[in-house]
Design a protein around this ligand. Structure first.
Ligand code: WTA
Length: 635
């Protein structure tokens, strides 16, 4: 029996059971049957959760790029691996076949080698969403160099701290980048970021905008020149299963960003497995994930998971509103996209534009929709389901984290019955548990608690770069013997999970533990509301009370505010309960967000309690300009 592809719900339960009872057999069969290895492992796993020590497929030897590219060449050489859709719709798109990808990655491998990049070196990549970004990641993996992609929207300070932390030797960047109407001076930002950093030996510059840039002959090198001259032939490095594949930084609620380290074999196996099963992938499908490659979602599903399955994946350089708000729908029709995987924040913002942008499109190629990154509110779920999926495409609400490497809790498309706002069931191999504050596992259904995982899985991050102690403290200390996700969840009467928000998004009002996400759900149902964020603030009688920051849709902005407040509180009372009513309601132009679209609640929490001197790490904020106005008008 093969465990790779799950056929139906019954088989899902069977595979899950198998993965719990016989994890060695379950994962080794998947690893053996679906990947190519230079040498088989001699032990499936070994771990000590208390010490944060986890190893999978010990002493196995492989190269992930052989699995992503080389092995497809005989059967799928001419098949399109990557469709590149440029920012400007009148610029020619690229259809990069697996053969062509092999050539590009091989040549780029030789370019990096000519700069002295070796196995184990760190290479930071600060590139816009162009094919060279994907190609450079793969070229690093081919050499065994550890890539660390920095989202090309981060500030110079954010780049500097990451480059410094991982001690990158080479940075790959571009002259500039296109984003909607704007041209971003990428190279200038990098120049500022690395000034005086001793570890950086070379900056490799890809030409994208062809605008003139400052060029320091001592360290800057043009990518194109070396690429033209580079040979395609190369040998993929032999990597150990546990050799690091990449570092990806994720921000914590306090302190500097954490460089999550992912290793080779476990990550490969589980991203491939989850891509196949969560999305019900079939040969010929066109998969489009709108995330940036600079986030874990981009790493695992635009790139690795997709290519490991020999799929066709779309890389989109632009933004959803350029040249107009129908861009996403244009792309879906243009390439006959079958899978559209995006984030609730994108859905909410698309919902606010005129429906005619959607209505003028066919969208009949779509087969599966996906959501990731934060809890999806009911209204957004229904809009996505009704208007984009036309009620015929399953929505996979995928819960996971940078740290988990791959999807952990999610419906399996076309198999698991979905339920709005529920991520539903843990995937095979994933043993989720809910814990109470006394460290006891909460059994049974219709319960709430801290979401933990009690057994390691192949793609879990192995450490925080340079700070294993922080790794242990953050993930393995609060609930000993388990991995703590930092999220709260509830389990309904049939065992479906709903993620209710970060553990720190809980406010205790009059002794009641209130998750802010469902209250926001209620608020967002108001037709005038675009988005909302609810935080707590100290209250003499209730202990804490609730403060809502609410942005309105265009058509809602002229409404009488006092009436609106009443209607919103009534909605909360109706849908959540009167306990969730807001004591303070502030209407704002926009909510402060991270570059990946998450609302920065930490900042709002500080504003609500009038603590204005320290917002923690705000390097990831995309719209700092909204903050001063929110502060000015605070209640
Ligand atoms: C949240 C993104 C609810 C959650 C892959 C998690 C979600 C954090 C969902 C990780 C979802 C992600 N429903 N919440 N489907 N997906 N989250 O590291 O709080 O950028 O802990 O990884 O996003 O964010 P990260």
């Amino acid at each position: 029996m093969s465990y790779y592809k799950i056929a139906d719900l019954e088989q899902y339960f069977k595979h899950h059971k198998k993965s719990v009872r016989e994890p060695r057999k379950f994962w080794s069969k998947i690893a053996e049957e679906n990947f190519i290895w230079y040498q088989a492992w001699d032990k499936v796993f070994e771990f000590d959760m208390g010490k944060g020590d986890i190893k999978w497929f010990l002493n196995g030897k492989l190269n992930i790029t052989k699995n992503c590219i080389d092995r497809h060449l005989s059967k799928r050489g001419e098949k399109t691996a990557i469709i590149f859709e440029p920012n400007n719709p009148s610029e020619e798109p690229q259809h990069i076949s697996y053969n062509e990808l092999y050539t590009r990655v091989s040549k780029t491998t030789n370019v990096l080698k000519s700069l002295g990049v070796k196995k184990g070196d760190r290479v930071c990549i600060y590139l816009p969403m162009i094919p060279e970004l994907a190609v450079t990641m793969l070229a690093c993996a081919r050499i065994g160099a550890i890539h660390s992609v920095i989202f090309a929207g981060f500030s110079d300070a954010a780049i500097r701290s990451r480059v410094e932390d991982c001690g990158a030797k080479v940075i790959v960047t571009s002259d500039g980048g296109f984003r909607g109407e704007k041209t971003i001076k990428i190279k200038e930002i990098v120049d500022k970021a690395i000034e005086g950093l001793p570890s950086v030996e070379k900056v490799l510059v890809v030409k994208r905008t062809n605008e003139p840039v400052a060029f320091n002959d001592k360290i800057d090198v043009w990518f194109d020149e070396l690429y033209e001259a580079a040979e395609a032939s190369n040998i993929a490095e032999i990597m150990d299963s546990e050799d690091p594949l990449f570092i990806l930084y994720t921000s914590g609620s306090t302190g500097k960003p954490k460089g999550m380290v992912h290793s080779t074999a476990g990550y490969m196996i589980q991203t491939a497995y989850t891509f196949q099963n969560v999305f019900d992938y079939k040969e010929g499908d066109i998969f489009w994930c709108t995330a940036d490659l600079g986030w874990i979602t981009g790493h695992s599903y635009i790139l690795y998971g997709a290519l490991l399955n020999g799929a066709t994946t779309v890389i989109f350089e632009g933004i959803p509103t350029y040249p107009n708000p129908s861009r996403y729908w244009d792309i879906i029709d243009k390439y006959q996209v079958t899978h559209f995987y995006t984030a609730p924040t994108a859905i909410r913002s698309l919902m606010t534009s005129d429906y005619s942008y959607v209505a003028s499109h066919n969208l009949s190629s779509l087969r599966v929709l996906g959501s990731v990154g934060e809890p999806i509110n009911e209204e957004a779920w229904h809009w996505f389901n009704d208007f984009i999926g036309k009620k015929r495409c399953p929505i996979v609400d995928t819960w996971w984290q940078t740290e988990t490497g791959s999807i952990m809790i999610s419906p399996l498309a076309c198999i698991t019955p979905t339920k709005p706002t529920y991520a539903t069931l843990p995937l095979p191999g994933i043993q989720t548990v809910l814990m109470d504050e006394k460290n006891n596992e909460i059994t049974g259904n219709q319960v709430m608690g801290s979401l933990c995982v009690k057994f390691p899985w192949p793609s879990i991050a192995r450490t925080i770069w340079g700070d294993h102690e922080r790794f242990v403290k953050t993930y393995f200390s609060d609930f000993p013997g388990t991995y703590f996700t930092g999220d709260n969840a509830l389990r309904d009467e049939v065992g479906y999970y709903r993620i209710t928000g970060r553990a720190d998004d809980v406010v205790i009002v009059s002794g009641h533990n209130l998750g802010t996400a469902p209250i926001e759900d209620a608020i967002n149902q108001h037709p005038a509301v675009a988005e909302s964020a609810v935080v707590g603030f100290p209250h003499d009688i209730k202990g804490n009370a609730l403060y809502g920051f609410i942005s309105l849709k265009l058509e809602g902005s002229t409404r009488d505010r006092e009436n609106l407040k009443k209607e919103i509180n009534q909605l909360i009372a109706d849908h959540y309960g009167p306990i969730g009513k807001l004591d303070k309601m502030q209407f704002v132009d926009d909510l402060p967000k991270t570059r990946s679209g998450k609302i920065l609640r930490r900042v709002l929490r500080s504003i609500a309690i009038n603590q204005l001197d320290n917002f923690g790490d705000t390097s990831t904020m995309i719209n700092p300009e909204v903050v001063s106005k929110i502060i000015e008008n605070r209640l």
